[in-house]
Design a protein around this ligand. Structure first.
Ligand SMILES: Cc1ncc(COP(=O)(O)O)c(C=O)c1O
Length: 438
């Protein structure tokens, strides 16, 4: 029995509200790699919620940790007061971060963590007497959340247009190139030159005006766009050479998605900051974080007079104790079950081989994959004048699998606990859906 009268009151995010409310898709229960609809149908969750439920759904240990924490210490101000679990969680997190990224600034979402990272970059430049370095460089097709900093550095036109003047930013070109890189397995071999566009932007703006470059190591919401081999290393070299900070937004790529705790570790490139969220608590309680290099943190600390607040930024829920409890229980699972590296093993190989088997569908123009992330792109116009992705997402749901629509592509990021039979189910559902739609 529903406890609401209608669907009217909830204005749904990033949704065609009118389409949804005409044909609702209500999930009533989740367990493991499955969701269950209000009609009692079992749906394979090939998106881990929204790229976040990396350890699978409804994990008892996390639920119990949340309950225990809420009863013991539910909330206390993080401004000038502390609690043990915040310090414990920060210390556990940095066991997994690369290089000297040993300081953690907590936020509540990926969007807020992005804003925090951008503000830390600006505060750092001011702290070292380089306030003129205030411009930010993002990338085309990037998604960095929906707040004003994030949409400024982001490169998805629909998310940017109509929101007035944004921050002073410029953008690198995206790295998707089907002419040379279609059907690459793992990192594409061509287009490393795209990284050199940063040199052109530096020539245009001058390094003395640029604070930071922010990129997703693999763009998720833009359509699972992989960096050409060597691309991230080249960005790192250029940033170091020109005294510009490099920020990796690992909201999606973090916590085992690519076969290491972070893309930075997987690709052996250490940025100055890593933005994290989603899988950090297995998506269960909202929490974002920025992992910051010691040198950046220390410079900001030292530049403020003794006794002063060093950084005028923070959230009511920064390091919320219940979120930290969820995060600690999540880390326990990741570590105990080897989930942070599982995608680089046999299951990742099976994933790659299975996704690429879809290449024989006539309308498929690309298959992309790394670790346990992937996308299939369809030919423009394959579904008339409508984007293929949205039609595919709806029909796939009717065929028992949840996928994500991105323009003419469909994207997947299953729970890292996925088994071979679930991958087979996904591939079969895609074939069936393609046969129905085309
Ligand atoms: C790379 C990236 N950054 C930031 C965000 C924003 O995170 P949130 O939706 O938690 O604000 C997302 C969300 O998908 C993301 O993929």
């Amino acid at each position: 029995m529903k406890k609401y009268k209608s669907l009217d009151a909830f204005w749904m995010p990033f949704t065609s509200n009118r389409s949804f409310k005409a044909k609702p898709r209500i999930i009533e229960k989740t367990e493991g790699v499955y969701c269950y609809t209000d009609e009692g149908r079992q749906i394979l969750d090939a998106t881990a919620g929204l790229w976040c439920v990396n350890a699978g759904h409804s994990r008892t240990e996390i639920a119990e940790a949340i309950g225990r924490q809420a009863l013991e210490l539910d909330y206390t101000s993080p401004f000038s007061f502390g609690h043990d679990i915040g310090f414990e969680f920060a210390e556990r997190l940095i066991q997994h971060t690369p290089g000297n990224l040993n300081k953690v600034f907590f936020a509540n979402s990926g969007s807020e963590a992005v804003e925090s990272a951008l503000k830390i970059a600006l505060a750092y430049q001011v702290a070292r007497g380089k306030a003129g370095k205030y411009k930010l460089i993002g990338r085309e097709l990037a998604y960095h959340g929906v707040n004003f900093g994030g949409i400024s550095v982001g490169g998805l036109t629909a998310n940017r247009k109509g929101f007035g003047p944004l921050l002073p930013v410029d953008h690198l070109p995206h790295t998707l190139d089907l002419t040379r890189n279609a059907f690459s397995k793992g990192l594409p071999a061509h287009e490393l030159e795209k990284a050199d566009a940063l040199e052109e932007l530096i020539r245009l703006h001058d390094a003395s005006s640029i604070a930071a470059v922010i990129v997703e190591p693999i763009s998720g919401a833009g359509g699972v766009i992989l960096p050409p081999a060597g691309y991230l290393k080249r960005l790192r070299e250029l940033c170091t050479q020109h005294d510009i900070l490099l920020i990796f937004d690992e909201v999606i790529t973090g916590w085992g998605r690519l076969g290491s705790a972070f893309a930075a570790t997987e690709f052996d490139v250490v940025p100055d900051m890593i933005v994290s969220a989603k899988g950090i608590t297995n998506g269960i309680v909202p929490l974002g974080a920025v992992f910051v290099d010691d040198a950046i943190h220390d410079r900001i600390m030292e530049s403020a007079p003794a006794g002063a607040v060093e950084f005028y930024h923070g959230y009511t829920y920064s390091g919320n104790p219940v979120a930290c409890a969820a995060g600690l229980a999540t880390l326990d699972i990741y570590e105990r079950e080897g989930l942070l590296t599982r995608a680089s093993g046999e299951i990742g190989q099976y994933w790659q081989q299975s996704l690429h088997s879809l290449r024989d569908i006539e309308q498929v123009v690309d298959v992309r994959n790394y670790g346990l992330i992937g996308a299939v792109q369809f030919a423009e116009g394959a579904f008339g004048d409508k984007p293929v992705g949205a039609a595919f997402q709806g029909a796939c749901y009717d065929n028992g699998v949840m996928i994500r629509a991105v323009g003419n592509s469909i994207a997947f990021s299953p729970p890292l606990t996925i088994e071979k039979q679930h991958i087979d189910q996904l591939v079969e559902a895609i074939r069936k859906t393609a046969a129905e739609l085309f």
